[in-house]
Design a protein around this ligand. Structure first.
Ligand code: SF4
Length: 708
């Protein structure tokens, strides 16, 4: 919906307008409001209303008509105009003129940039296209500016395939092995839950709209329990906080099952009708009495018993999982263990019972039509794991060129020293599509100015709710910025790729996204017209999706024993898998480090927005008073955090937010804005999870010392 209205003079009503001169009327500011969607990697996927005056976006607000946004945005995106009109926006194509990583660039024309990029990529594409790597993720989450024309382009080229694992693939595979997809409760129904376990999530920071729903439930008498190694802002506001050790969530879930089983607090009918593998799970859970789990998790056995009692007796009981739980070696198993809980108690029978980690599998968009995987015919195209990009870039002969869009791997990928070394290779040709000169852009041969969300069309699904949103451009692209899609259209022309599928326009791509057979056949399909009018629509999702079973697994049931994992030669029953790096006090690196995002950043986005960075202050390491005292640290002093992979300098914040033996390195600062030109990923490893080939950001042993 575009609402056009004239504000003749600020705060002037129609009667005064009649008294205005013709000139004044002509010069009066034209104000429009445009509906959009937040593109950031956040489960809330808010509906945005951008107010534009004379072609300039003057404010971005939450859409009050979208029930889940409810007129409210987080602090970060409320400042979206500050980000859009930031003085450091890249507004012209830039060519490197200094050493890689130096950030020395000169402005060039689009024609020169695209001609030269085509001249560099074409010879590689003719001989070994599989050595061209696209690297992208969720810096901008839209389906069109993400993987539509870009994916078609790389598929036609025969480029390497990117294994998109950096954030959610361990949990995603766990969901697929258990429920048959990224499926779960509808988030709005948490308002009616009576017990909510907020597990591995600092919702106040990372899902503020879920937190509002949880608060509503609390007002109606619900008990909120936070399960998180860190005493987060969310933990402060819950009725109870269980501060388990990082990477021990599966042990806790198995002990809860132990209690449900030994006290017969099971829904036998639901188990019998809608699950497979109960006996094997039962045998595994009986190995985990609360005392054993308490020792592994660093909890009190009585607290585990009480939680199991509450979970069985306070109904409806719901679990909001987030991806923190799966950032350790056993992350996939941990997610699977938690996913089993609502099937055991039959919590799914109520719409306010069950669990959600991601609900994106409920969406009925046509990703295949957008991405056209059938265009890839190069049988030699390797699958390159984005989480081990450091190793990949340093493997001789594997990658000759990288095209980065919607991502900042130099800041966000683990084991930065190797990532930086790889991107610094003189023989690597790197193109980065960006808004700002990020750590990755500094290593590019060409930086191409990309549009922000206010400047382009897109379609957005959510992983936290089950609505679909349309993003309309609110303003013209700034400077010479182009949409990602347009950049790939023009690059393909320069490279002699004249396939018509590379020239489809953005509005057509948005419409195409809705062309999913199940959407078209649904009784109430999501239509383009409805999205144009309202900005959002609901995918057809049952209120209690698994009340009658119907899990889309091979068995049609909730797979407590996963047949797909067994087929892969893995243990089909969830278990606790200890961390790669589970430190002991006598170890050389005795502290377990986790690195959740700082409150005012979203991964590495927003770090360069001054007002948000001012709120964060500077890079911090939370350390428990006992661990600080053992190292004679004082609050606020600079420390060195280190392990065999590298060293990171930041300020110590002595706080009980960290538990003894654990430190919290709040992320993800841009390296060049950090104290010694590094960030927390200098310390993280390229080890992977048990499922999904994902990184283990929260499974990292370090030592801390004063920097004096
Ligand atoms: S980051 Fe999340 S909470 Fe903030 S506006 Fe975007 S979707 Fe909403």
């Amino acid at each position: 919906m575009i609402v056009r209205h004239v504000e003749p003079l600020l705060k002037v009503d129609g009667l005064v307008l009649l008294a205005m001169t013709a000139d004044a009327v002509q010069n009066a500011p034209m104000t429009t409001t445009i509906l959009g969607a937040c593109p950031h990697d956040c489960p809330d996927t808010c509906s945005l209303v951008t107010t534009v005056q004379n072609g300039v976006a003057i404010k971005v607000q939450g859409n009050p008509k979208h029930p889940l946004t409810d007129g409210v945005l987080c602090t970060k995106v409320s400042r979206y105009t500050e980000r859009t009109y930031h003085p450091d926006r890249v507004l012209h194509p830039m060519k490197r003129v200094g050493p890689k990583g130096s950030g020395q660039f000169a402005r060039v024309s689009w024609d020169e940039a695209l001609r030269d990029i085509a001249a560099r990529l074409t010879p590689i594409a003719e001989k070994t296209p599989e050595r061209i790597l696209p690297y992208s993720y969720a810096g901008t989450m839209g389906m069109v500016q993400g993987e539509s024309i870009a994916m078609r382009f790389f598929n036609l080229l025969g480029a390497a395939q990117l294994d998109r694992t950096i954030c959610a693939s361990a949990g995603g595979e766990a969901l697929a092995h258990t429920f048959g997809g990224k499926l779960g409760m509808k988030v709005q129904h948490f308002a009616d839950s009576k017990l909510i376990l907020i597990w591995g999530s600092n919702a106040i920071t990372s899902s503020v709209h879920f937190w509002r729903i949880a608060q509503e439930a609390k007002r109606q008498g619900a008990k909120l329990v936070c399960i998180d190694p860190r005493r987060s802002e969310t933990a402060d506001k819950c009725d109870q906080h269980l501060a388990l050790k990082p990477g021990t969530d599966a042990a806790l879930a198995l002990a809860l099952m132990h209690e449900l089983i030994t006290h017969d607090r099971l829904d036998h009918d639901y188990i019998q009708r809608h699950t497979v593998g109960f006996e094997a799970l039962r045998a595994r859970a009986l190995q985990w009495p609360p005392e054993r789990a308490a020792q592994v998790c660093g909890l009190q056995a009585d607290d585990i018993r009480q939680l199991a009692h509450d979970y069985a007796h306070i109904q409806p009981a719901a679990i909001r999982l987030n991806y923190g739980i799966q950032r350790a070696k056993g992350g996939g198993n941990a997610v699977r263990a938690v996913l089993c809980l609502p099937a055991l108690t039959g919590a799914w029978r109520h719409r306010a019972g069950g669990v959600v980690l991601s609900a994106s599998g409920h969406a009925l968009h046509n990703g295949v039509a957008l991405q056209r995987p059938d265009l890839l015919t190069n049988a030699r195209s390797p699958l390159i794991n984005m989480s081990t990009i450091g190793d990949a870039l340093n493997t001789p002969g594997l990658i000759e060129a990288v095209v980065v869009y919607n991502s900042n791997p130099v800041a966000v990928a683990p084991e930065s020293a190797k990532v930086v070394k790889g991107f610094a290779r003189e023989d690597l040709f790197t193109v980065v599509l960006e808004h700002f000169m990020t750590d990755t852009a500094d290593h590019a041969d060409y930086v191409l100015p990309a549009t922000t969300q206010l400047e382009h069309w897109d379609i957005h699904n959510s992983y936290g709710h089950t609505d679909v949103l349309l993003n309309r451009p609110a303003i013209q692209p700034l400077g010479e910025a182009k949409t990602n899609t347009q950049i790939f259209r023009e690059l393909s022309q320069h490279m002699g790729l004249h396939h018509p599928l590379l020239q489809e326009d953005d509005e057509s791509l948005c419409r195409l996204a809705l062309q999913h057979p199940r959407n078209l056949q649904s009784e109430d399909p999501v239509t383009w017209e409805r999205l144009l009018q309202d900005g959002f629509a609901h995918w057809p999702v049952a209120d209690a999706p698994f009340a009658q079973g119907g899990f889309p697994t091979a068995s049609g049931k909730c797979e407590l024993v996963s047949s797909s994992l067994v087929a892969l030669g893995q243990d089909g029953v969830p278990d606790h898998i200890p961390n790669h790096e589970a430190p002991h006090p006598q170890d050389r690196y005795p502290l377990a480090m986790i690195s959740p995002p700082a409150r005012n950043f979203l991964n590495s986005s927003f770090v360069n927005v001054k007002s948000l960075r001012d709120m964060e202050g500077e890079p911090l390491l939370e350390i428990h008073p006992e661990d600080a005292a053992a190292r004679q640290l004082t609050d606020g002093e600079m420390v060195r955090v280190f392990n065999d992979r590298g060293s990171y300098e930041c300020k110590a914040q002595i706080s009980t937010r960290a538990q003894p033996g654990m430190v919290v390195g709040l992320g993800i600062w841009w390296r060049k804005l950090g104290a010694n030109g590094t960030n927390v990923n200098e310390l993280t490893s390229q080890h992977l999870t048990d499922m999904g080939r994902a990184p283990v950001f929260y499974d990292c042993a370090v030592q801390v010392a004063a920097k004096r």
